[in-house]
Design a protein around this ligand. Sequence first.
Ligand SMILES: [Zn+2]
Length: 234
Amino acid sequence: MNRSAITLTEVLVVMSIIALLAATAMGTFGSVRNYCRTTACIANTRSLAQAMAVYESSAGRFAPMFTLKKWRDANPRNKNLNQQPLTSNYWYETIDAQASCPARKIASPKNCTPADYGLNACISGQSDRPLKAAQLTTPARTFLLADAGFAGIAWQNASTFADAPPGLEPSYVPGLKINAKKLLRSDAKFDAVNGRHCNSMVAAAFADCHSESISAASFEVKASQPLTSLWRAN
Ligand SMILES: [Zn+2]
């Protein structure tokens, strides 16, 4: 037997080792990529919260969600909502012009405000009655904005029971388990059900302007239980 020849077994062993090393490297790269995306997303939410705080200090209240011209024009159902020039487009343009969730999985948002982040409706209201910062009793525990599938996120979007007539829900918390049972936009379903960040974590900025990664499950609102401090503004 010629000892200098490379046997098939040796080739297979080398190939296995290379494959193992490649898989390990790929996994590491994937982890680093996910870590970077999460870090960037948390930084985005912090920046947006700081912008909202600047707005609040000058306007005397947080910016409302649904008095935005682009949002109103995006859907015929919104035509009757009042538009307030003072706040027109502020939140929408802050989101879309300056920050996108790097892990978002919506391919082509249609017929809605293509948001990466949603304002907490308990703070910003659904029309023209947003709160003042001074009205918040737990600003460090109440989120101001978070990863969401719409420019606003209401607690009903994270509830296990219907507070409104059944129908298409515009918003959601990415990765929340109950999303699988909800009627969501078809282009948003994958983002909603699979989540964006690892382990169904969600980037959120709080009313005191700190930002962190929290579990999607922590947003869930259960029937007959009071709203948690995460949602409750005052
Ligand atoms: Zn994100």
